[in-house]
Design a protein around this ligand. Structure first.
Ligand SMILES: [Ca+2]
Ligand SMILES: [Ca+2]
Length: 274
């Protein structure tokens, strides 16, 4: 009789554990959150449980019909439904068409997740700011480019990490975005600089650069221009990343740059070229 009772107790205990474990396991499966990231129809990859996943891995998980939150540079536009992946062999990229409120939008950023990608406000600053011009001048001189006109193209301030201190993003270039050459012309540049307070000191970190001191033929490379397309939290960790666009003759791409403290890393990138 005692043995039987013990067996029943053990059985109930095991069953309880089994139920509890199953509950934890199914909760984990449910919590696995797959969030693709699409920029103007180009699949960038995205995140799984807040971890970056590249475009090849993410493309295998997309079935079509996914719901995306669609944004422009500063605000939420609404949700949209995404198509299946289309692979364009010649350009070597994965594409998804997203319709927002039944309409197609040209320039947008879309995430599969539901968090707010703009936790803090981005402010446009003056393109005539002499401090910013001097920062660019200094970087160009260090890279062998002297006596060129400093032209600011973008100047944004935003507290990307919410520590109360604003980061500044400066884009400068003397290359014409709409007239990109097949070859490299000397004394041209395109640069994105981050100004950030690190250990109570303002540091200038170069995020992207093409600085050309000499002429170069098409075979040696072609002129690349950079600009900031978005500053947004794309992995739901509360810190905003930068999406830099690079454009060259018959090709372009996007790079998601993650900035944490004084560490800068390329989280995702994708693009196409002929
Ligand atoms: Ca900050
Ligand atoms: Ca983030």
């Amino acid at each position: 009789m005692k043995i039987k009772l013990l067996t029943i107790i053990v059985l109930i205990f095991t069953l309880n554990n089994f139920v509890a474990l199953t509950a934890i396991y199914s909760k984990e499966i449910k919590q696995k959150s797959i969030n693709p990231l699409v920029i103007s129809d180009l699949l960038m990859g995205g995140t799984i449980n807040n971890i970056w996943v590249d475009n090849d891995k993410m493309s295998k998980m997309i079935k079509g019909g996914e719901v995306y939150q669609v944004y422009d540079f500063s605000k939420y536009l609404g949700y949209g439904k995404g198509s299946k992946i289309e692979i364009e062999e010649s350009a070597g990229a994965q594409w998804i068409e997203i319709k927002t409120k039944g309409k197609k939008i040209d320039d947008y950023i879309a995430i599969g997740g539901k968090w707010n990608i703009y936790p803090r406000k981005i402010t446009q600053q003056s393109l005539n700011d002499n401090n910013c011009k001097n920062i660019v001048k200094e970087v160009l001189q260090k890279n062998g480019l002297k006596n060129v006109k400093i032209i600011l193209k973008q100047n944004y301030s935003v507290d990307i990490d919410g520590d109360g201190s604003e980061e500044v993003f400066i884009t400068a270039s003397n290359i014409d975005y709409n007239d990109l050459k097949t070859e490299i012309v000397k004394n041209t540049y395109s640069i994105i600089i981050l100004r950030k307070i690190i250990n109570n000191k303002a540091e200038n970190i170069v995020l992207q650069k093409s600085i050309y001191a000499d002429n170069k033929s098409f075979e040696e490379g072609c002129s690349t221009i950079y600009k900031i397309d978005y500053i947004a939290d794309l992995n739901n960790d509360g810190v905003m990343e930068v999406v830099a666009e690079d454009k060259y003759y018959e090709g372009m791409g996007y790079t998601v740059i993650e900035i944490k403290g004084d560490k800068v890393k390329e989280a995702l990138s994708n693009g196409w070229g002929l």
